[in-house]
Design a protein around this ligand. Structure first.
Ligand code: PHE
Length: 467
């Protein structure tokens, strides 16, 4: 335990940092792909239900646990969980959360580094006059370290290291650094997103493409937005929806606890948590669905999008599609799109460093510098294999085990801790203390019964996939 020395500069700064933590690559790259792979409109209802009965309750739990632990001077998940229960066990569970962060940061920063490289290539005009196959080939070559022919030898490794250095440097500046990046990055991200979404919407119904004259941007939107009720009985769609809600809200990893530990003890958490959560959903559901899918569907057709949906889709298609708008607009669009992804990524990857840094401070009283550089080093060690063996599918393994399963396990355990060990009575009082809104009482019972039962169900039904 150590004394509290830092706190958030302002409420706006806090909300932007928390929203920046949540709004990430998941909103723009993972959400559209999950939605398309799970039947478009079929995905939306389970997704919104999971937001209300798992996402919001977990936000309340994590914000209030963080503020509670922070009151006695703790900055990290192991110490925060430990302060809520007697017994070492919960401290170790907090440590498990720290490793999840390092493993997620390892592959997450890799995608973040693609966005930096693609901003560079958009500006220098690498993609001008490339055919769609060439743009897709560029990505293949970029991610194939041994065979890379992008013009810069070992480019993927170099940008990965630059990206880690930048993250480490900002983290070494502490909370103030994170707040500053969020205050600059979030407004830029939203502005870039709105510009691109307007373009997505105005591509219209006339075939924009010479290659696929029947392609239609609105087909993409209709596919995403026409609810299909028959999917409500499919466990696979529910699992995907729950997984996406965890990932996008950044719950189940301990980053929210660590941010909330810097709140003052009388600060509101109820309204703050709901605001950051809804801001994330607005960016994901509105902006996230108005860019990649309609633009790609507008040029290449919906069938193509359905067949090719994947993490790399945005890198393999967007630079080519932007060229159709003329060479200067292509530069602007490329900078907006990959710049948006960069800001979305960095405000989230910074959050992943805070549980480790907080723990090193709580346990060994390490300085911010030491905490940040050791985090960067660990991520580099964990991450280099995903960079080098991307083609062999290691990346997807990280996303599944660290970015999906571990979040659900952690979320289940912390819900049990909050409701049954810390106790729902104390927990509910904690959530409501200092609250600027009145939370419907039904949430007390949702947190007590519905959220842990659903989490247990999600875990049990995904066991067959583990074997
Ligand atoms: N929520 C982030 C996204 O949508 C990812 C993330 C997960 C960030 C967990 C921090 C902690 O991309």
């Amino acid at each position: 335990m150590s004394t509290k020395t830092e706190s958030w500069g302002s409420r706006v700064g806090l909300i932007l940092a928390m929203a920046g933590n949540a709004v990430g690559l998941g909103n723009f790259l993972r959400f559209p792909v999950q939605a398309v792979q799970n039947g478009g409109g079929a995905f939306i209802i389970p997704y919104l239900v999971c937001f209300l009965v798992m996402g919001i309750p977990l936000l309340f739990i994590e914000w209030s646990s963080g503020r509670f632990g922070g009151r006695s001077g703790n900055h990290s998940t192991p110490y925060i969980l430990d302060s809520m229960a007697k017994g070492r066990l919960w401290k170790y569970i907090g440590v498990f959360g720290i490793f999840t962060n390092i493993a997620v940061a390892a592959y997450y920063c890799y995608i973040e580094s693609w966005t930096m490289s693609y901003v560079y290539h958009s500006i220098v005009g690498t993609f001008s006059d490339m055919s769609q196959a060439q743009v897709a080939g560029f990505f293949e070559s970029y991610t194939d370290i041994a065979e890379s022919t992008t013009g810069i030898p070992y480019e993927a490794v170099i940008f990965y290291i630059i990206c880690l250095l930048l993250n480490t440097f900002i983290l070494s500046k502490g909370l103030g650094g994170i707040e500053k990046v969020a205050k600059i990055g979030m407004p830029l991200l939203i502005s870039f997103g709105v510009i691109l979404a307007i373009r997505g919407l105005t591509l219209g119904t006339s075939g924009a493409s010479d290659i696929f004259p029947d392609a239609n941007a609105w087909d993409g939107l209709n596919f995403l937005w026409t609810p299909q009720f028959d999917s409500l009985t499919s466990p696979k769609v529910w699992l995907a929806a729950a997984g996406q809600i965890f990932f996008t809200l950044s719950v189940g990893m301990g980053t929210i606890h660590c941010y909330a530990a810097y709140l003052k003890s009388k600060d509101d958490i109820a309204l703050n948590a709901v605001s950051a959560g809804f801001m994330n959903e607005f960016v994901e559901v509105v902006l996230g669905s108005l860019i990649v899918i309609p633009i790609a569907a507008g040029y290449l057709g919906l069938d193509w999008v359905i067949q090719n949906a994947g993490f790399g889709m945005a890198f393999q298609t967007m630079p080519y599609l932007f060229q159709q708008w003329g060479s200067s607009l292509a530069i602007i669009a490329g900078v907006c799109w990959f710049g948006l992804l960069f800001f979305a990524g960095i405000t989230s990857s910074l959050a992943m460093g805070t549980p480790w840094m907080g723990f090193m401070k709580d346990e060994f009283n390490w300085s911010k510098n030491k905490g940040a550089w050791s985090f960067g080093g660990l991520v580099l060690i964990m991450g280099l294999p995903t960079v080098i063996f991307y083609k062999e599918g290691l990346f997807d393994q990280y996303d599944y085990w660290a970015g999906t399963v571990s979040l659900v396990v952690f979320a289940f355990l912390e819900t049990v801790l909050f409701s049954y060990i810390f106790g729902i009575k104390k927990g509910w009082a904690e959530i409501n203390s200092g609250a600027d809104i009145k939370i419907p009482r039904i949430y007390k019972y949702i947190i007590l019964i519905v959220t842990p039962s659903l989490l247990a169900w999600v875990l049990i039904s995904s066991i067959p996939d583990w074997i």
